[in-house]
Design a protein around this ligand. Structure first.
Ligand code: DC
Length: 234
């Protein structure tokens, strides 16, 4: 089974996706980390993010693994890039800003979507991102779309980064979240949209546990009849 969890930054996707994957003993794939890896690699090499050909080459050469356990992110999952633990470095705000730039590039998306489909082919995976239910796996057995108020999402990001000593500007974070939402929703290729067969979950006033319970219950009540797949704008 493929479980797709999409939604804007800070909506709780990755935290819940990790919990759900652990409970079901599924793999967890963080597709945002793939866009972040392109930006991070480019920034390390001093390449221009606007150079789409160079970004596509980085995407093509990407050697990334999602590993349960270990990692410097402290939440039981790690991202290894060329064998090196990059979990924490990929969360950096500069890398996040760069990721939004490369995520708008057609060739980068094509390459990464192909890699995501390859990874998901073996099944039993929880994959989170922006376009999993609409583009990567439009026939995923179960799709969720998380939403939450921008203030709450900014606060979550702030708390997360604070606990890792990465950033300490709450108002800046909220503004950043709003800007990132706009960029993700307005971009021409694979904008952030909800598949109309996705289950929408507003996580603003729910705890991580409550959201995970809701998702797991919903998966257990899985309706396996084939649904017509259409795409709708939020
Ligand atoms: O979820 P995140 O903040 O790690 O994502 C980083 C950037 O990549 C963000 O701008 C959205 C983009 N992204 C995307 O376009 N498609 C995905 N499947 C995952 C992330």
């Amino acid at each position: 089974m493929i479980i797709a969890i999409d939604g804007p930054a800070g909506s709780g996707k990755s935290t819940v996706a990790k919990l759900v994957a652990t409970r079901l003993n599924y793999r967890y794939i963080d597709t945002g980390a793939m866009y972040r890896t392109v930006a991070w690699t480019a920034q390390k090499k001093g390449l221009r993010l606007a150079d789409e050909t160079a970004m596509a080459e980085i995407a093509r050469d990407m050697d990334i693994e999602f590993v349960r356990g270990g990692g410097d992110g402290g939440d039981g999952y790690s991202v290894r890039v060329r064998g090196e633990d990059a979990t924490l470095r990929l969360k950096n705000e500069t890398v996040g800003k760069g990721a939004a730039v490369v995520a708008a590039q057609k060739s980068v998306r094509e390459i990464l979507v192909a890699k995501q489909r390859q990874i998901g082919k073996a099944g039993n995976v929880v994959m989170d991102g922006r376009d999993i239910g609409t583009v990567v796996f439009p026939h995923a057995e179960k799709k969720f779309f998380f939403v939450a108020d921008a203030e709450e999402r900014g606060r979550r990001r702030y708390e997360e980064l604070k606990s890792k000593n990465l950033s300490l500007d709450l108002q800046g974070m909220i503004q950043e979240i709003r800007q990132r939402d706009g960029e993700d929703r307005r971009r021409k290729i694979s904008p952030l949209v909800m598949a109309d067969d996705a289950v929408k979950v507003n996580t603003t006033r729910l705890s991580i546990e409550e959201v995970a319970e809701y998702v797991l219950k919903n998966i257990n009540n899985l309706d396996t009849t084939k649904k017509k797949v259409r795409i709708s704008r939020l």
